[in-house]
Design a protein around this ligand. Structure first.
Ligand code: FAD
Length: 449
């Protein structure tokens, strides 16, 4: 028996990894591989901040594998050819992976599966990154939900998500196979190295993910009802770890249901509801995969977006709009690779409504700068803010950054963190009242188009 290949993708973890478990159960060598695929058509190339994360996550995974007598094999190229080559190199009798849900990725994986099975090689995929497979939570008519709350109600009526699998203590050795060296992939920024703030903020990898979860449960969960205040440490910070699959939603779900003190447990439903938004967006993406480019509500195709000048866009991107809360949010994003959810709403609304810029422009900026950018949640949330998504905020709901500041950062703690009080501030680049009215007029024009 020569063994199996375990092909890791957005599931860079050893614990609760059904594909890895299947590889071990198969017997013989277990070769764990990650394929950097910049070649297969239709796969969206990840952004710069995500590349930074991926580098460190792969390094952490390799270290974990070494601790258990294994190592990570890195290969680059179109997935179908690369996996074929690795099967030939290792003589593997089986290939296992956890599912991905984008249309292009599904097509690639289905092609690989049928080509392997045609040649008598076992190929099997598993559910690992979503609590509910996108074809399981459906309306009474068997249709996907288009509105979040009924989706969440139906999901809660499903059998409880399975318990997570333990982390294997030892791993069978990999088959003899060459691989790339991580440094040669050039995933890290060099000239300039802008990643200092990311390094200070994050610990990519499975251990960092586990520590985040424990910190959240022990110290922040009890304040989760104040999660809208950006200066508070009241949210989990788990989104990039979930994005890269360094922790599974099953692990998070069960940790939230177990061993919590009663006062913490009170906050768990609100948190699980947010986690379910992640599932909802992945469902939406599965059933309508071009959500990063196409308005879910097609009437928005007639929306009269403005073509903003490069310097206007730069002011937004660099946090120099002259609107304190917007600038604080955009600087947090640039510095840390993430932004508090309330600030994502405020900054996105400012771009789409006050500057009247197409949501796709903002989505692309977030795609490039967020460490948690994923193909479902980034466009899904942008369409939510723009009003063009399924269960979106109505377009006429324009966030007023000054009122948001009064409500959620009244002592300016968050703003001060990112916009020093002695800074020479530019005048606001737009009048909030006038641009709100302009946005509502544009919306009316679209409705009558
Ligand atoms: P917590 O409050 O601790 O929530 C726990 C988990 O629930 C998160 O880690 C995340 O996986 C999920 N979650 C929470 N809120 C949402 C939400 N509104 N939509 C979907 N999932 C949610 N989230 C991403 O994971 N990737 C993105 O690319 C992304 N882009 C966004 C773009 C815009 C314009 C907006 C408004 C929101 C975006 N979000 C995205 C959602 C949300 O802002 C982040 O998930 C959240 O800020 C992450 O912080 P946290 O882990 O501390 O969240």
């Amino acid at each position: 028996m020569t063994g199996a290949i375990v092909w890791l993708r957005d599931d860079l973890r050893l614990a609760d990894n059904p594909a890895l478990r299947a590889g071990i159960d198969h017997g013989g060598h277990v070769t764990v591989v990650y394929v950097l695929d910049d070649e297969s058509p239709g796969v969206r190339a990840i952004g710069a901040a995500a590349r930074w994360w991926l580098h460190h996550s792969l390094a952490a995974l390799d270290a974990e594998l070494h601790d258990r007598g294994s190592r990570l094999v890195l290969r680059r190229g179109a997935a179908a050819d690369t996996i074929d080559q690795l099967v030939a190199d290792t003589g593997a009798e089986a290939v296992y992976w956890n599912r991905r849900y984008g249309a292009a990725e599904r097509e690639i994986d289905a092609g690989i599966k049928s080509s392997l099975t045609d040649r008598g090689i076992e190929a099997h995929s598993f559910a690992a990154n979503l609590l509910w497979e996108p074809w399981t939570v459906l309306t009474g008519q068997g249709e996907p939900f288009k509105v979040f709350t009924p989706f969440w109600n139906a999901a809660q009526a499903m059998p409880e998500p399975r318990h997570p699998l333990p982390k294997p203590r030892d791993l069978p050795s990999p088959a003899r196979a060459t691989g790339d060296s991580l440094g040669d992939w050039d995933l890290l920024p060099t000239t300039p190295d802008w990643a200092g703030g990311l390094r200070d903020t994050w610990e990519p990898g499975e251990q960092g993910a586990a520590r985040r979860l424990e910190h959240f449960v022990d110290h922040a969960l009890e304040d989760y009802d104040q999660r809208d205040e950006p200066s508070m440490d009241a949210t989990s910070g788990l989104s990039p770890h979930l994005r890269w699959g360094e922790i599974s939603p099953y692990q998070v779900w069960h940790r939230l249901h177990e061993r919590l003190e009663p006062d913490q447990r009170k906050q768990a439903p609100g948190f699980l509801r947010q986690l379910a938004w992640r599932e909802f967006n992945w469902n939406e993406y599965f059933h309508c995969d071009d959500i990063a480019t196409v308005n879910v509500r097609r009437e928005f195709d007639a929306f009269p977006w403005r073509r903003a000048s490069a310097s206007e866009l730069e002011r937004w991107q660099q946090g120099r709009t002259g609107i304190d809360l917007v600038d604080a949010g955009m600087r947090e994003l640039w510095h840390t690779g993430a932004m508090h959810n309330r600030m994502r709403l405020v900054t996105a609304s400012f771009l789409v409504k006050n500057l009247l810029v197409d949501w796709r422009v903002g989505e692309q900026w977030f795609w490039d700068t967020l460490v948690d950018a994923d193909a479902a949640n980034n466009p899904g949330n942008w369409q939510w803010v723009a009003g063009s998504g399924f269960d979106a905020a109505p377009y006429f709901r324009v966030f007023n950054p000054e009122r948001q500041l009064e409500r959620f950062d009244p002592h300016r703690e968050y703003v001060r963190r990112w916009v020093p009080s002695d800074e020479d501030r530019p005048e606001p680049m737009v009048d909030l009242k006038e641009t709100r009215k302009r946005a509502l007029d544009a919306y009316d024009r679209m409705r009558h188009a």
